[in-house]
Each structure stands twice: as C-alpha cells, then as structure tokens.
Design a protein around this ligand. Sequence first.
Ligand code: OOG
Ligand code: NI
Length: 274
Amino acid sequence: MSQSVEQFFEELWNDYIQLAPSAAKVHQVLGKGRPIINDHVAFRTYNIAPVRLATLAQHFEAMGYQACGNYVFEAKKLVAKHYEHTDPNLPKIFISELLVEEFSPELQQIVRSCVSQIDPAAVERPDFMYSGVHWQLSSTDYEKLLAESEYAAWLAAFGFRANHFTVNVNELPDFESLEAVNETLKQAGFRLNSAGGEIKGSAAVYLEQSSTMADQVTVRFSDVEKVIPGCFYEFAKRYEIRPNELYTGFVAASADKIFESTNVHSTESSAKPE
Ligand code: OOG
Ligand code: NI
C-alpha cells in the first residue's frame, strides 16, 4: 500500500510516456542521456465528487506536498491549484478542475455519467493518479464534449494520469535559454504549441514556458477507434524573484495557452511538413 514517492513518480512517468511517446525522444535530444529534472507534473479533473481537485490533492498532501497558488481560467471554465514539496528534487504539482455546472445540460449529462462509473474506493488509492479511464465513452459523446470543451473531451478520453511533465530548463546544462531549447526541438522535428507565441510569459513574470503539441494516439471508444491528441511535454525556465530565489508559482495568462497543447489542430493550420 505505502509505495515510495519515487515509485509513484516512476509509475506515473511510465503511464505518461505511453500517451506521449515523444517524451523519451525529448529526453535524448535535450539530456543526451543524462537525467532530466522535471519542474512540474499537471493533472486534470472534473469538479464532481468523488474526483474533485481537493480529493485528488490528498494523495500529494499525504506525500508531504502543500497547497500554494490558486488560479482561475474564466473563459475555459476551470480553476487550478499548485502544490510544492520541501524536497527540491520533487516536481511541483499543478491540478486543474473543470467547472462542469457552467456547461450545457448535454455536456453535464455525459460527464456525470462517466464520473458515476468510478468506484469511489479506487479514488483513495495513490495509483488512481495514473489509472486512466473508469467508464465507457462513445466517440459520438467524445465529439459532443469536444464541441464545447477540449478539456472535457481530453479528460473523458484519457481519464486520470499525468497530462504533461515539464522539463526544468534551469537545470539543463547545455541550454542557456528557452529559445535555444525550442530551436533544438523544432530542428529535431517536434511541433511546438504556438498559441500566444511559442514562448508564454517572460522574465518580467519570472516564468517562461513552451510545450510540444500532444502526440496523436489511438483511443478505443465504445464504438470505434480514433486517433486524437494525447499527452504533451512542457519546458519551463524560472527567474529569480529575489537573489538566489527562483519564482515557484505559475502564470495564469501563460497556463491558459498551455492548456491548448491538447487541442485538435486544424488541418488548415500552418503546421510544418513532417
Ligand atoms: C495545464 C496547463 C497549465 C502550466 O504549466 O501553466 C500548465 C493543463 O494543460 O492541464 O500546465
Ligand atoms: Ni504545465
């Protein structure tokens, strides 16, 4: 029952790379075989019992994490919190939750039906955080969710697992800037999220972020299989808020665009040729 924190993050990573196969290649390109330090891991949920943000956060509180920042995303109808650990080697945790009651009755009905299929006892186990989907979902219901909220649809398709890990760029020995990281990634063939510019934030807000677009993965819905955006990798460079003290929070305006890394990209867009 009491698995170690290291084991938890290892299992979480192993689950994540199945839906973000690019992540292993990112490590090769940026780390050249050396270990990569992660800045944070992000999770998504619905604000419905038994999977509310506050309930899922208990797994991290049990590991010694403490609640720090609160964030609101009005247009996307989301709220989020981040958690920090006193052990600097452990990644920060960012958990968001969708305000389901603010959507159409149709969306609410699909989401409530999914959540009602979860065994509440399963939520209490730490492995719930990489347990995936607990429900049957048709591709038509997925499309209905997608029409209103990319977030609602992603969560219904993939369930509970790391949405992304984030490379701590400050700890990358070979890269001075996030621009340099982005250029290396693009040269290696990765598609970056350009919503709001490839780099979100700046030194003025003490945080710069970029991310890949999610890998396309095959999901078996109750009726058919579809290829849809899975998980992505993020890159964060933090700046000092005081001498020798890096900013540890998040920036809502930047996060708002990072969420779009799992958007279904239009075929009309200016995506580079493969
Ligand atoms: C979270 C997006 C926000 C960040 O680092 O600002 C975020 C998500 O896509 O679930 O991770
Ligand atoms: Ni993030």
